[in-house]
Write a protein that binds this ligand. Sequence first.
Ligand SMILES: Cc1cc2nc3c(=O)[nH]c(=O)nc-3n(C[C@H](O)[C@H](O)[C@H](O)COP(=O)(O)OP(=O)(O)OC[C@H]3O[C@@H](n4cnc5c(N)ncnc54)[C@H](O)[C@@H]3O)c2cc1C
Length: 460
Amino acid sequence: MLRLQNYIYFCKVKIAKWSYLEKEIIMKNDKFAETNVSYTTKEAIEEAKRCLNCKNPLCIQGCPIEHDIPAFVHQLSMGNIGAAMQIINEKSNLPAICGRVCPHEKQCEGHCILNKKDNPVKVGKLERFIADFDSDMVLIKERLKPKTRGKVAVIGSGPAGLTVAGDLAREGFNVVVFEGQKEPGGVLMYGIPEYRLPKEIVRREIKKIEALGVTFINDFLVGEKMTVDEMLAHEFDAVFIGSGTSVPKTLDIPGIKLYRVLQSSYFLRMVNLYNSGDISREAVPLMEGERVAIIGAGNVAMDAARTALRMGAKSVNVIYRGTEENLPALKTEYNEALEEGTNFMWESRTVECIGENNTLNSIRVETPNGEIIMPVERVFIAVGSKPANRIVSTSLGIEVNENGYVITKEHPYGMTTRKGVFAGGDVVHTPQTVVLAMREAKQVAKGIAQYVDAVKLLSE
Ligand SMILES: Cc1cc2nc3c(=O)[nH]c(=O)nc-3n(C[C@H](O)[C@H](O)[C@H](O)COP(=O)(O)OP(=O)(O)OC[C@H]3O[C@@H](n4cnc5c(N)ncnc54)[C@H](O)[C@@H]3O)c2cc1C
């Protein structure tokens, strides 16, 4: 019997290896192929064996959701991928995503003791390997609890909404996610480019959450098709708002409304739709051979720059008022943008977009060496974003601060000024990161569970 099980496991590993190879062959023809290639099983196990299993593991302290990193890495080092996945599942609903897009250099890997030798254990890549292997092999099938504790509406299916949905479903809540876009995933699906986070990976992670018994209703804008008041009045015991920051900020300079001056978030969304086969190449707002200027230098700007180059831009200049030292983007993202051919203009300010017949043809930039006129065909703005007010303006009693961020309480954690309505993620805490939205959402899920249990107990 044991030999048969070993044989089946061996076959599964072989199939997994073939599927990785197959993926790589397809990806070689694709400009948007994932840049950071996964480990093979042998490489992953060898990397896991480098972990020193420290008595006081600093990597856990570096992880915002306090993953038990030494424990899952240890299981992997012994080839127990299913056991490793079970440990990961205790803390995260999105490991294949976190393994790819978390700022590991600042978190787990940045805290690893082996950093002293400039060679930390590659925790992100290991997490991603385990999660991908689990999806390929369908290693773990979770036992579902009956959905008897209450019914919760989740608005938005970014990392915050997905985390609340997954955690509450595991705890026996009936969860319905309402998403305004055609597909769930939020920024994971429509913002972060394919070459950093393949959309098939996002879809697979969401399928796992669906398998916990969560219902997804897409193309459903709350505030238009239904209000929070109606949700609470009809069937839901609580509502979670995880609607992110979908309104991009702009600049107050002449010419900002010219044709071909666009938001980076819009450009990235259109390219993701093009890559998914939803729109034609002509619908992407960048033609081959165009010269591009990007205003801002955060991670969104790096994504826009690298994506513009992949779409055939002749040149890409990132214009930033600060210095290289205080660049807001992650160092790894910056280095990759540089390597791929992005040019950076430091301590420079775009003061005007210039055009003819309402169409952009150049920009005026103040640089440390004086003012210049730079011919460009596109400007992509990347100076931040803020929450939309569609949900709060159509329902009673949900207060926001002066910048439109939803105000929440400590007890029960994450509740807004409206009873039974909770919020978390970027809509509360300004644009942050995937894992910080998840950390917050995990706590809010606990707050929602406490609130619904208490209300039900009192009404008995
Ligand atoms: C281009 C880009 C790249 C990024 N790269 C990284 C990275 O590499 N690593 C990292 O950690 N972080 C990154 N971030 C930040 C990270 O993606 C966000 O912090 C995170 O997605 C926030 O999660 P959220 O769930 O709060 O919101 P979102 O991901 O924004 O999700 C909100 C969801 O709510 C939906 N929604 C909004 N209003 C309504 C409504 N009225 N009705 C129904 N649905 C609604 C939206 O359609 C969306 O799906 C990046 C952000 C951007 C924009």
